[in-house]
Design a protein around this ligand. Structure first.
Ligand code: ASP
Ligand code: MG
Length: 407
């Protein structure tokens, strides 16, 4: 079998962790598999590198940030290769250059465009274990790019797709995908299976277990994806096209605190206002999430929307720069909000989910500020201080009471 194994930062945090992972890798190799490993930077390395940069220049260009952050992964792969060397097995570490992981040029958030895998295949044919840097890419000019925080998952899935791997195993510090973050909701339970679509929603909504683009790619190329623990042999969660086993109405509750809300008051109530606003933001690659437009009064209207807190400052700067052409009277902001979402394929065919949701938040006296729905999810914007409690009451209502979808 050809297996791609990805280990996250906490799984390779120190020498002991690296040795444990090296054992896991070698075990799989000794079983006769071709093993490709993708690693994240050790522990909090990426955060520490960001801090280091901030000490020197808090407004560093994204190009230079990528140059710096990509070093974290390079350390991990070299250290892992050394650990495997010490065990006496053939191994080689490779970075994005050596693997030709070509990406777009959007520094700090690049997308993989193509990988030419000849080098990797040669190394595998020569019986080497291949250890590859996650998170990195190179653009057309051979500049180093990174794929966004948590992007190593995407590196692993892209490699698995391109190599035609039999399975892509994502090893992490939890033993699978849970119905909610167990640190937030004590009653959270592990799912044995989840569909690509549900996983994609959960990942996009801030459940940190998988990078959302990794799930997108897994779905597109039908990669056999498994999330499991690097600490135990417990069976993980299989992410697949259709998860039939659990017929739960709701498969997960996600909390995202990286949210800021911006309201533009007194916009002209005429065609094109929203277009002007959101195209300005999209040109700067700022993605907008929840949007509400109030009913116009006299000849003005208000538009509220959310962005990530990372994009907040830049968004405000763009709005101020374009105050005249946008023609609003006032900007109101709130950075202490959070988004709580429920996801479930079963919601598409069941009515009444929204009512249950609002009953749960109402009973807990939680004020809901914005709402957005799609086929398989409902998101609520609440005050940050209420977010964990909201997740808990919603989780209780849908999951712990065991409400199942109709067949
Ligand atoms: N090291 C990067 C990060 O911390 C990428 C990853 O872990 O997947 O975001
Ligand atoms: Mg990660």
């Amino acid at each position: 079998m050809l297996i791609v194994k990805k280990f996250g930062g906490s799984s390779v945090a120190d020498a002991e962790c690296i040795r444990r992972v090296a054992n896991t890798i070698v075990k799989s190799y000794k079983e006769g598999n071709k093993v490709v490993v993708v690693l994240s930077a050790q522990g909090d390395t990426t955060d520490e590198l960001i801090e280091k940069a901030n000490e020197i220049n808090p407004n560093a260009s994204k190009r230079e940030m990528d140059m710096l952050l990509a070093t974290g992964e390079q350390q991990s792969v070299a250290l892992m290769a050394m650990a495997i060397e010490a065990m006496g097995y053939p191994v080689v570490s490779l970075n994005a250059f050596q693997c030709n992981i070509y990406s777009t040029s959007t520094h700090s958030n690049a997308r993989i465009k193509n990988i030419s895998v000849e080098r990797i295949e040669n190394e595998l044919d020569n019986k080497n274990i291949v250890i590859i840097t996650g998170f990195q890419g190179i653009n057309r000019n051979l500049d180093v790019t990174t794929l966004g925080r948590g992007g190593s998952d995407t590196s692993a899935v892209a490699l698995a797709a391109k190599l035609g791997a039999d399975v892509c195993e994502i090893y992490t510090d939890v033993d699978g995908v849970y119905t909610c973050d167990p640190r937030i909701v004590k009653g959270a339970v592990k799912l044995n299976e989840i569909s690509y679509d549900e996983m994609l929603e959960l990942a996009t909504l801030g459940a940190k277990v998988l990078h959302n683009r990794s799930v997108e790619l897994a779905k597109k190329y039908n990669v056999n994806l498994v999330v499991r623990s690097s600490m135990s042999d417990a069976e993980g969660t299989v992410v697949k096209e259709e998860a039939k086993v659990e017929k739960m109405l709701v498969s997960g509750v996600a909390v995202d605190k990286n949210v800021a809300r911006i309201a533009l008051i007194g916009l002209k109530d005429e065609p094109g206002t929203a277009f002007k606003l959101f195209s300005l933001l999209s040109k700067k690659k700022i993605s907008v999430d929840l949007i509400i437009q109030s009913i116009g009064r006299s000849d003005t209207k208000d538009i509220s929307f959310t962005v990530t807190r990372d994009d907040f400052k830049e968004t405000i700067a763009i709005l101020e720069e374009n105050k005249d052409s946008l023609g609003y009277s006032e900007v109101k902001t709130n950075t202490e909000v959070a988004k709580v979402s429920v996801v479930g394929a079963g919601m598409a065919t069941n009515s009444g989910v929204a009512a249950m949701l609002f009953e749960a938040t109402f009973d807990a006296h939680i004020n809901v500020r914005m709402i957005s729905t799609s086929e398989i999810k409902i998101s609520l914007l609440v005050d940050e201080k209420d977010a964990d409690r909201a997740a808990e009451v919603i989780h209780d209502k849908f999951i712990n009471t065991g409400i199942k979808a109709r067949e």
